[in-house]
Design a protein around this ligand. Sequence first.
Ligand code: SAH
Ligand code: SF4
Ligand code: F3S
Length: 453
Amino acid sequence: MTLPTQEPTPSTLTSKKVNIQTFGCQMNEYDTDKMMEVLRHENYTYTDNCKEADLILVNTCSVREKAEQKVYSLLGRLRPLKEKNPELIIGVGGCVAQQEGKSILNRAHNVDLVFGTDNLFDLPEMIEEVHRGNRIVQTERKAYKQKVRNFIPDFAFENISKPGLKAYIAITKGCNNFCSFCIVPKTRGLEVSRKPENILEEAASLIAQGTKEICLLGQNVNSYKAEGVDFVELLGHLNEIDGIQRIRFTSPHPKDFHEQLADAIRDLEHVCEHLHLPLQAGSDTVLERMKRNYTLEEYLEKVELLRSRLPHASISTDIIAGFPGETESDFEKTIEAAENIRFDQIYAFKYSPRPDTPAANYDGQLEEAVKAERLNRLLALQEKIVAQKHQKLMGKQLEVLVEGTYPRDTSSRSGRSREHHPVVILNSDANIGDLVDVRITGAKKYSLEAIAL
Ligand code: SAH
Ligand code: SF4
Ligand code: F3S
């Protein structure tokens, strides 16, 4: 890991502009913020406008085929910029970069630099190499054997340029689960946990800089363990930080969701009453072929574990429609599960074969039309459930963290409740960052309306 020099070197004295395009999950958004911090120390400032950038970085996602295609079409759209300005440096990072490495340089001739998910803190040296006229691929993994490693250097969270009201903190990276459909263990590597004191320092630093809500990140966040501290204990320590208002985390894996964690969500004042618990499928045959390590019944027990303690907690999930070999009756079990559990939100996806994952070679790959029809059926059901759930929330009192002015009506404010419901507070002059108690008075398709109490 490279620490940036405190004093700018002569080559960095003039300010340069960087634009970063981010695809994928929260982990990538977090990595983008860290890239920005590394580059800020190299005298780069951020620009939204890629036409005026000296450096464009594309932080990529390869979880589904569509995400990957988007990257290549963006690289194609950047070609004219490079033709106009040959000094422009274009770099590709993130999961597609880790997976494809050198072949990106072969496929996209305007790319100067490809860097993997473990290499973002080496950006200054890589950029220097590009200035020397080389095209670079750096996707080397850091030592796997170290299961505990502080993979975020202190400078990336101390005195950051734009502390957000809400901030992510990666507590683990990588995944040891190897679900049969998933590319993530390949792109992010095996699971590594950060030392608890290092995480607490990042959290305290963000809170001191004005952040109100932190969201802990990990591909399998609740399997966190370092120096004898497990996920529940870590939540307990974070809950004690002076000034912290809200704590969220994503994504917990059902197999590691247990009573102690359900108790912690109930008992720790700042931990929000929302759980994102990916189900993926409702049929045990499919779950087994996905290598998810739980049955539907076990998953339902986890839901019950939370709801018995916190009946009003919200639960969201991820579902894959059209996994190889999924029969109509398998998929009906997913529909039935969604009807019974009544999730607050479902992120549903058509199965997408990923390179070098076992499921990509399974028999029974389904037609796009079958996958699409199943996906739409699930989404239509979920729309009805959400509308019913919104009606049940009428008149209820919730606490909203104000995140901004509502764009369509500047006399209103928008934010999220502790349960993660998007809420518009009508006729409100609350400030960004305020916690406002509201009463729910109405509902739109994707949000609730409320008045401040
Ligand atoms: N670690 C999280 C998931 C991370 S990937 C978990 O285990 O739940 C985010 C979501 O993308 C997954 O939950 C899954 O629903 C979806 N996904 C991953 N690979 C996919 C694939 N090959 N096709 C379709 N959806 C996929
Ligand atoms: Fe992928 Fe499974 Fe790991 Fe989630 S738990 S990141 S779905 S391998
Ligand atoms: Fe995509 Fe990588 Fe995240 S594949 S979902 S950016 S871990």
